[in-house]
Structures are given as C-alpha cells and as structure tokens.
Design a protein around this ligand. Structure first.
Ligand code: SF4
Length: 520
C-alpha cells in the first residue's frame, strides 16, 4: 500500500489518504493523495481561503486598480510582504492596501453605508485611478451586504469609474483554489466584452495565468514581442483593468498556470471561440517548446527558432556550470498548485536535482498526478500538509533544499534546511533562459552558503576558529568535484543582470511586415 502515515498524525486517521510514496512501477492513478477536500478537523492547515485565492492571488496583480476588501482588516494579511507581483506603474497595486475595516457593530447593523463611503474616499484619495475591484469576505457575505448594488450606485453617480465585484468569501471552497474559479468566472461574466481594445498586429494573444512574480511576465512578453505578437492582456500580472475587459478580441489564449486560470480560458473558448494553448516558461526545453507551439499556431516558427537558438547559446554554458554542482542534491518541491509539475522533471533534467517530495496546499488530484509522474521513485507526495507533517518529512527525507512558501520556509530554516521562496522568489525573475539560470544560481547559493556551518556553532560554548579565512560557495561546492569538472572549458557562473527589467521596460522591438500588407 503506497499511502504514508505520518507519526504525528496517527490521531487523525483520515490524513493517511493525503500522502503517498511513489513506489517502483506503481499505478499512480489508483494511489493519488486525496486533494481539494475540506481540511480535516484537528489538522492545522496552512492553506489560504477562497477570498485569498480570489483577491491576493488573482485579482491584486492587476496594476491600475484600487483593490478594496469589504471585511475586517485582518483578511488583508497577505500583501506586500508575502507576494511580489510587481508592475511597471511603480507597483501601485502593492503599495496600498484598502479595506472597509468592518467591526462588530457593522455585523449587527450592516456595512453597506460603510462600504460606499470607503469607495468614495478611496477614489478621492487617488484621483488618477478610475478602476476598482471589491472583494467580499466571510463577514460581509454572512450579513448579506449587496456589494453589486453599492458598486452600481457609485458607477451611476460617477460615470468615469468602473468597478468589478468579486463575491468569493473565505468559506466559498475548500481552499484558495475555490476563489481562483470564482474570480475567473466573475470577470468573464461582468467585464469581458465591455471594452474594445486597439488591435495593432497580425498575431494577438491573451497571456493567461501569469502573475509577474519579480518580473516573470515582463520576461515572457519580451519573447512574444520579439516574435511580433501583440499581448492584448495579461490575466493578471502587470495587467491593466481595461485591457482585460478586451480579452474577447484575442486570437489565442496562451495559458501558463492551468490550476488558477484555465477556467477563463475555457469560457473564452466557449463564448468567443478563442482556442487555448498551454505553455511553460520555466526551463530551457519547456520554454523552447512553448515558443515553438505559439510560433506554429501563427505560422511564424522561424521567429521562435531564432530566439531559441540565440538564448540557448547565450545561457547553456552557465546552466551547465550549476548542473555539475547540483547533481544528486535532494529537493523537496513544495510550492503552489502548478509549479510542482512545471518544475518536477525539468529541475532534474536541466539542473541535476533529485525531487524527493512534492506537496501542494490547494492543488487538485490532477496536479498531483502530473507532479508525481514527473518526480523520482520513492518521492513522498503530500496534500495539504500541516506543520508537524512538514517537519517529520524533512527529518525523514533530509533534503538539501526546500522550494516552498514563506510559512513552511521559516520552519525549514529553524532545522537548518535551506529554503527558497518559490511563491515570491528572493531574486527573480526565474522565467526565461536567463531567469532559469538565475534560479539555478539561487539554489546553488542557498545550498552552499557558508552560513550553514556557522549555524552549527553554539557561540556560548563552542571554540571559534578565528584563524580560518573567508570561505565562498565555490570553495565549498568545488572541494568535492574532480579537476576535470572544475575546469571544464566553456562553463561559467551566472553573468546575468541583477535588474534586467529596467532594460526591458525601455526596449523597442523590430517591426515585422504585416501579412495583410499589399493584399488589397
Ligand atoms: S477565511 Fe474569511 S475571515 Fe478568514 S481571511 Fe478568509 S475571508 Fe477573511
């Protein structure tokens, strides 16, 4: 039986269905961890709620918008310090947090008046922003405040503003994933088709399920623009509210994160006939294949191939330098829903790491199926782990590094397991060829940091050898390498930029001849 029972959870027998070990030749489809179910009473989940999934994951990366939560201030916890979905308008959406700050008296007497005064006050404070999203929370949902009616009232009084309402309270699903679905459907129901965008090229896409963590969206849009493709909108990282109202005019939906945004792609196909193409911006080969697919769709494969050849030649020697030094290192891949299968095989194939565990807090069984099929035999797959299970897994698996979020990451640090923040990256972007090498560099630096040796010292009693000279990551990693590998010709460490986004934001692109030119 492949199910794994954590010692710390024997008192919660239902938890056993949520963890499996990938055995040799096992039929995965009959032994997937149970997923996307309500958290079992007695286990302390680290999941976000459905409001969090709608607001903090999908809604807030929209950049030119006041994002207002109608509820207690505590619901807005996940803001700048946990998410880094930056934007090219000076990060307006990250700098300010708006909430109606409901109190007990509002629960008793209603909070619609409070909401309206908050909306007006926010527009007054930021007169250049004319777009707003309002998010329902548990408190405002339970008392039955009519957010849509209030929004309409304000829009009638202020015709220059436009407001989107997302009714996805915390309890509207087992996890944040329920909120992803709700906001996808709410956006297409309320806003798509209400704005006519300007079409400037022959090839027009929506880039969907990309949240511009540390600039990922801007890196990917650079490739599309180099191919002569117009990115009409991005759902939603660095995305503009009005561009997203015009999603119906694209020829193709290019989907990055299927777990959070396939719903809107599927609806755009049903309602507007726009096809969906799934891509992957992480890793040399998945990214190359993604650009090839997009190129093939439009009949511009040659443009994709030119980018692939240029970028691979530039960055492969650097990726291989890290691969030689990361080979056989054990990683627990504990990020969100889709990264576990976007990354599981490619960090093994292209960086040499062995994936010894995958977990997801909000993924569905389909995510687990893809993730498990791509990780190593013997790997432990866990759905919605609690903190004690995470600790037990780390003691059992002894990983060299963990790729996860802030909360489990801080626990890992306490037991001296290096961690990288896979949700908000420490030094992104990690997409694109350069980004993938930057990611390898970050993994390498985390594993080989000299700080780990210092953390083993007890300064109150241990002898400190002050005669020792400074130690670098390379001295630590290369001590166990052969001369041949250490001096392999052509390989080199990361030479990319610390902040490449400035250059991207000011970049101009070549004009391609229009395929309709001279057709008349
Ligand atoms: S579960 Fe409800 S109260 Fe808690 S953060 Fe989510 S919306 Fe707010």
């Amino acid at each position: 039986m492949p199910y794994h029972e954590f010692k710390c959870s024997t008192c919660i027998p239902e938890r056993k269905q949520h963890a499996v070990i990938k055995g040799p030749g096992e039929d995965l489809t009959s032994a997937l961890p149970a997923g996307y179910l309500s958290t079992i009473p007695g286990t302390i989940s680290e999941r976000g709620c459905a409001y969090c999934g709608a607001k903090h994951v999908i809604g807030t990366p929209m950049k030119d918008v006041i994002h207002l939560s109608h509820g207690p201030i505590g619901c807005t916890y996940d803001t700048w310090q946990t998410k880094r979905y930056i934007s090219d308008n000076d990060n307006f959406q990250l700098k300010y947090t708006f909430a109606s700050d409901m109190k007990e008296k509002h629960v008793v007497f209603g909070a619609e008046k409070l909401l309206k005064s908050n909306i007006l006050e926010a527009f007054k404070a930021f007169p250049n922003i004319k777009r707003m999203t309002i998010y329902q929370t548990c408190a405002s949902a339970l008392i039955g405040d009519d957010l849509n009616a209030i929004a309409q009232e304000v829009m009638d009084e202020m015709p220059e503003v436009d407001i989107f309402v997302c009714n996805s309270p915390g309890f509207a699903g087992p996890s944040q994933s329920g909120g992803h679905h709700k906001i996808n459907i709410a956006w297409i129901n309320q806003k798509v088709g209400t704005f006519e965008p300007k079409i400037t090229g022959d090839y027009v896409i929506n880039y969907v399920g990309e949240y511009n963590i540390q600039g990922d969206q801007e890196v990917m849009c650079d490739f599309f623009k180099r191919m002569g493709i117009q990115v009409l909108s991005t759902f939603t990282g660095n995305g503009s509210y009005d561009d997203l109202r015009g999603m119906h005019k694209a020829q193709l939906n290019v989907l990055e994160c299927a777990r959070s945004a396939e719903y809107i792609c599927n609806e755009l196909r049903v309602r507007y006939g726009i096809p969906r193409l799934d891509i992957d911006g992480f890793g040399f080969e998945p990214l190359a294949n993604s650009l090839r697919k997009v190129g093939l769709f439009f009949g511009i494969e040659d443009r994709a191939e030119a980018i692939i050849a240029e970028e691979t030649a530039r960055w492969k020697p650097e990726l291989d330098w890290y691969k030689e030094r990361l080979k056989g290192k054990k990683v627990c891949l504990w990020p969100g829903g889709s990264k576990l299968w976007h990354w599981a095989h490619v960090i093994h194939d292209e960086m040499g790491l062995d994936v010894v565990s995958v977990y997801t807090k909000f993924g569905h069984q389909g995510d687990m199926e893809k993730g498990i099929s791509r990780c190593e035999e013997g790997a432990l797959a866990i759905d919605d782990p609690n903190e004690l299970e995470g600790l037990e897994a780390m003691y059992m698996l002894k990983p060299d590094i963990i790729l996860t979020g802030k909360r489990p990451g801080e626990v890992a640090k306490k037991i001296r397991v290096p961690y990288l923040n896979a949700h908000a990256y420490h030094n992104g972007p990690w997409k694109g060829w350069e980004g993938w090498v930057r990611f390898a560099r970050d993994i390498y630096n985390a594993i080989n940091s000299p700080i780990h040796k210092l953390t083993l010292l007890d300064i109150s009693k241990d002898e400190i050898d002050t005669g020792k000279t400074f130690e670098t990551q390379t001295m630590i990693s290369d001590a166990v390498l052969s001369e041949e590998v250490r001096t392999a010709p052509g390989l080199r460490q990361f030479t990319g930029q610390f902040d490449g986004l400035k250059a991207l934001r000011g970049k101009t692109y070549p004009e391609f001849e229009s395929k309709t030119a001279g057709a008349a």
